[in-house]
Design a protein around this ligand. Structure first.
Ligand code: 2AM
Length: 478
């Protein structure tokens, strides 16, 4: 009997995906460059509907047509001009495949790379799906959130497998056809940017509590409590659990023993670059990416901490009150981060004609993935009510939420600032909110400056739009 699905690349994510697919009743063939890994994997799972292939030929021949082959190999490419392991595997597969076979890249490929592969394989009569898969190792095994991009007709073929292996929320699978071409990997990239934002915002909340003298156990309790409320999310949940964790040797909090240098794999930076290219403001996500960058410059920070002065921390707010205020600052900032991320998705979706459904995209992030959260339901509702929503902040629920939380949000940004506690993501979010809602920004002066030194001209408030003026500014000497 031929297999329903094939997977190449038996690292942990690949293995877990295979076990997930198999557990839903499909027979799965596997191939790994290093055969010993395949043999070990097969030996470890006796009685399962698995076929371990020693050669790529054997692997391809073991699959029912049209073949469905998912590639899960390590990709180190940063720029699309780089050829990586996924390209190498595709090249090896091409001569072995037949018309209409489907190749799926389930890694974190750059969306333009996905578009190149999509075009390349289409020219050869093959079908390609670039699918973002989120949820880490556990998600891969139990049900990830899947963001597949490619032709709708190819999605239809893959739908039964993808829907059965994905996470489910309220009975709905956390996978939809995102759009054509690189849409799936693009949306996964923004998902990762949003993930960076969520994580940084949580870290800023923690930093304020720490400065206010909370113990890690007190902080763990705050996050555990929040996980029972409107801010319920996987990241809040693991934060509470992480803060509870003690080092078995010293009995100290593990979190406090960890060096404060953050790593990153680059999807956050891709998001930042893409936003700049599209002239979309994602200041919260930018702040999060940049916070990781500054954290990694530990040596420079330690040196500067002895040179650059700041205020003495003096937080007198009562603990319960501080918790409530930080809650509101975090929630409001999170809304801003999603508003910005979705604005970027919307902008690119329109430019690329992907026909994206922002509400459904938010709905597949409710389960399986790292940013899974209760409040995503509210985003889905907002777009269901108004698919043309220009910015998430303007949906009735979020408008109201921002209005109710903003006093505390402002107080927390002020408190942190006065105490010299860095809150780049909290304050970037607030700056976005106040700029976006400003009927008049100081850009009139900016236009004057531009006209002054470069004769760039300006429009006037008392003249029709589209009419441009220039002033003969005085000459500046020196
Ligand atoms: P390996 O076990 O033979 O190293 C994560 O590194 C996964 O990607 C592993 O399964 C690894 O196979 C696979 N991988 C990395 N580079 C590859 C390449 N150029 N060709 C095929 N598989 C590759």
């Amino acid at each position: 009997q031929k297999s329903d699905f094939g997977l190449i690349g038996l690292a942990v994510m690949g293995q877990n995906l295979v076990l997930n697919v198999e557990s839903r009743g499909f027979q799965v063939s596997v191939f790994n460059r290093t055969t010993a890994t395949t043999d070990e994997f097969i030996a470890k799972h006796p009685g399962k509907k698995l076929v371990g292939a020693k050669t790529l030929e054997e692997f391809v021949q073991s699959l029912a047509t049209p073949r469905k082959i998912q590639i899960m190999v390590k990709s180190n490419a940063v720029k699309d001009s780089d050829r990586d392991a996924v390209d190498a595997v595709i090249e090896q597969l091409i001569p072995l495949l037949e018309k209409d076979d489907i190749v799926i890249d389930g890694g974190n490929s750059y969306y333009l790379t996905t578009e190149r592969r999509d075009k390349y394989l289409a020219e050869k009569g093959l079908r390609f799906i670039g699918a973002g898969v989120s949820g880490g190792e556990e998600g891969a095994r139990k049900g990830p959130s899947i963001m597949p991009g490619g032709p709708a007709s190819t999605w239809e073929v893959m739908k039964p497998i993808f829907e059965s292996i994905s996470a489910k929320v309220d009975g709905e699978p956390c996978v939809i056809h995102i759009g054509t071409g690189g849409a799936g990997h693009y949306v996964k990239m923004i998902h990762n940017g949003i993930e960076y934002g969520d994580m940084q915002l949580i870290c800023e909340a923690y930093n304020i509590f720490k400065a206010a003298g909370f113990t890690t156990d007190e902080m763990a309790k705050v996050f555990n409590d929040w996980n029972e409320g409107d801010m319920q999310s996987y990241l809040i949940q693991i934060t509470g659990k992480a803060l509870e964790q003690k080092d078995p040797e010293t009995g100290k909090s593990i979190v406090e023993l960890i060096v404060d240098k953050a790593g990153q794999k680059g999807t956050g930076q891709w998001t930042l670059l893409n936003a700049a290219e599209n002239a979309v403001v994602i200041s919260t996500i930018n702040a999060a990416v940049e916070a990781r960058i500054l954290s990694s410059k530990k040596k420079a920070r330690v040196a500067a901490s002895k040179e650059l002065t700041g205020p003495t921390v003096n937080i007198t707010t009562e603990k319960a009150e501080l918790v409530k205020k930080v809650h509101d600052a975090l929630y409001a900032s999170k809304v801003i981060s999603y508003a910005q991320g979705l604005d970027l998705i919307k902008t690119m979706g329109e430019a690329k004609n992907w026909g994206l459904d922002l509400g459904r995209i938010a709905s597949i992030w409710r389960g399986g993935c790292i940013i899974r959260a209760r409040f995503l339901n509210k985003i889905t509702d907002a777009y269901r009510e108004n698919a043309e929503l220009s910015n998430l902040m303007l949906a009735p629920f979020f408008k109201d939420l921002l209005s109710k939380t903003q006093q505390n949000w402002r107080e927390i940004v002020s408190l942190a600032t006065l105490n010299g506690i860095p809150v780049p993501a909290f304050s970037a979010s607030l700056g976005y909110y106040d700029s976006y809602r400003a009927e008049r920004l100081p850009a009139n002066l900016l236009q004057a400056q531009r006209d002054f030194f470069g004769a760039h001209t300006y429009e006037r408030t008392d003249k029709p739009e589209g009419e441009f003026f220039h002033t003969e500014w005085p000459e500046v000497i020196g």
